[in-house]
Structures are given as C-alpha cells and as structure tokens.
Design a binder for this molecule. Structure first.
Ligand SMILES: C[S@@+](CC[C@H](N)C(=O)[O-])C[C@H]1O[C@@H](n2cnc3c(N)ncnc32)[C@H](O)[C@@H]1O
Length: 305
C-alpha cells in the first residue's frame, strides 16, 4: 500500500462490521489510495471488490491491484447508475470514507492546502462545475459569508467574506490563507490554523459535498441487499448529521399516530442501525495518524421489508 498517499482510518472497525458479508460484492465508494480496499482484499479473499472515486489520481492508485479490483471512475452520488452500467445490480457491503485524501490535501497544485501556496482549485475531480477561484474571486460577499458560515461553521464568516472581497484579486491559496488570518481576531488565531474552517467551507462548496453525500447514501441504500451493510466515515458534524438522519429515517417503521388502532401508513423499517452513537478512533490510532482524530463512523444493515 502507498503509505504516503493516505493512511486509512478505523480500518479494523470497518473490517469487523463488513465481516458478515465477506463473501459478497463490496464497494469502496471512496477509493483514494486504496488503503481500505487493500484491507478488504486481505481480510476477505472471497469478496468481489469494486472501487469508485471521482479523482483521476485515485484511478492511478488502483492500477496496482491489477485484476483483483474493478475500478469505476465517477461520483458516488450516481453509484447505482455507475455500477449498473458495469453489470452490478446488488451490493452486500459499501464503504464511504468521505472528504479528502491526504494526497489531495498535501499536493499544493490541487489547491486544498492552507500551508502551501497553490492555485485556487480544490476540485476533487473533473465533474466539479466550478473551482475555488470562482468562489473566492467571483461570489458576492453575502453568498461567500453564507457558504463560509454554513460549510465551515465559522463564526467570523462575515468578517472573512468582507476581507476576501476587499483583497480581490486573490491570487493563490497562500494569499487566501493570509487574508483569512488577518480577518479573524488574534485570540481566535491561537488554537488551530485560522484558515482551516474557511478552506473546509470552500472545498465543500466546490465539490457540492453535502448533497453528494445525501445522494450517495440514497444510491447505496437502493442497491443494498437484505443483510447488506453500509459503513460511513465522516469528519465533521455536518456530514455526520446527514448520515445519522438518513439512517434513522430508513430505520423507522410505522409512522402512524400512536392512537390509531391499525397501521395506515404501511411503512416498515428498511434498515437496522448498528451504531447507536458514532464510533471514534482509539487513542493509539489518533496518535499514530492525527488526521483520524475527527473521524465518526456509523454503520447500518439492510433488513428485508
Ligand atoms: C478520505 S479519502 C478516502 C481514502 C481511502 N479510504 C483510502 O484508504 O485511501 C476520500 C476519497 O473520496 C473521494 N471522493 C470524495 N467525494 C466523492 C464523491 N462524491 N464521489 C467519488 N469519490 C469521492 C475523494 O476523491 C478521495 O479520494
């Protein structure tokens, strides 16, 4: 495995949750550097593993698995369409390890890093309709402030948006990081990098990540066989909330008022939630891979309806 591309997170937990479906068709919908795929192949010799990613650089990583993995380029929000085109109609297991890979973050030319100067890009793949330059140098202050506040949960969103608009044209990520740092009060600069939340927000906006996650979950749930399992690892509360709500909604049976003598809605639970609370990485993993510290893992199993 290419350790420098991305260290997979909570691998042991993923493997244990997927073990009951080890002989089936599994999809790693966020292949990245293939760390989770490699673990699946090692633990489940009978599995058929399909790998999806929208980043062409991830496609290159898949080459080393030769014919052990079928790589399908594309956006997981269209997972069912992508896999059906390849002749796969049902899944026994699915993993979504969302967000960006370390490789994407650390490659200055991709434009995700506030530590390294690079172009204002941030597109995970060619399907993104616009890049970070369009957001940073093109959106008006209100739209920018809304995106930074919502997707970055940044309390100084309006000040930051105002500073960005005043500093235009912003030339690269280094320039952007210093404009953001200058816009937040000194006290807020002490803990973590002051541009972290703004960069997260821009990345989420450029890649439409929240809508992609919601659509991707729908697509996975449409394809999961009874008994099939889905595992989602997310890295911040916005994403985790989407997963939690979608699972809870699908796990709900009858929604009739309690005083109704017979069920009129006909609704039965389609999912059994396997993680009442999200699982977190252990202290050992966090110390050896600090980027795992914010990981939140949720899993569920399809039940026959
Ligand atoms: C956190 S990394 C996954 C790392 C991987 N589990 C590993 O072990 O190397 C997330 C990956 O998901 C991909 N990705 C994010 N959103 C996607 C989407 N909507 N469709 C397909 N791939 C996506 C990114 O390009 C990135 O390679």
């Amino acid at each position: 495995m290419d350790r420098t591309y991305h260290d997979p997170v909570m691998t042991q937990e993923v493997i244990e949750i997927l073990r009951p479906v080890a002989a089936g068709t599994l999809v790693d919908a966020t292949f990245g550097g293939g760390g989770h795929t490699a673990a699946m192949l090692a633990a489940f010799p009978e599995a058929t593993v399909l790998a999806v990613d929208r980043d062409p650089e991830a496609a290159e990583q898949a080459l080393r698995f030769a014919n052990r993995v079928r790589f399908v380029p594309g956006d997981f929000r269209h997972l069912d369409v992508l896999l059906e085109e390849g002749g796969f109609h049902d899944l026994d297991g699915a993993l979504l390890d969302i967000g960006v890979s370390s490789h994407q973050l650390d490659t200055a030319e991709r434009g995700f890093s506030y530590h390294r100067a690079g172009p204002l890009d941030m597109r995970m793949g060619p399907s993104a309709p616009f890049d970070a330059d369009e957001v940073v140098n093109g959106w008006d202050r209100d739209r920018l402030a809304h995106a930074i506040g919502r997707f970055g949960e940044e309390r100084f969103a309006r000040r930051i948006a105002g500073a960005i608009v005043a500093a235009r044209p912003i030339t690269d990520t280094g320039h952007l990081a210093s404009v953001v740092a200058g816009a937040v009060p000194a006290a807020a600069r002490r803990k973590r990098h002051p541009a972290r939340r703004t960069f997260q927000a821009l990345r989420i906006a450029v890649n439409d990540e929240l809508a992609a996650l919601a659509d991707g979950l729908d697509a996975v749930l449409r394809m999961l066989r009874p008994g099939g399992r889905v595992v989602v690892i997310s890295y911040h509360s916005l994403e985790d909330r989407i997963v939690k709500r979608r699972f809870a909604d699908e796990a709900r049976g009858c929604v009739c008022p309690p005083d109704l003598p017979v069920c009129g809605c006909g609704r039965t639970a389609g999912l059994r939630v396997l993680t009442r609370r999200p699982l977190r990485p252990g202290a050992g993993e966090v110390s050896s891979n600090p980027r795992s510290r914010s990981a939140l893992l949720r899993a569920a199993e399809r039940v026959a309806t």
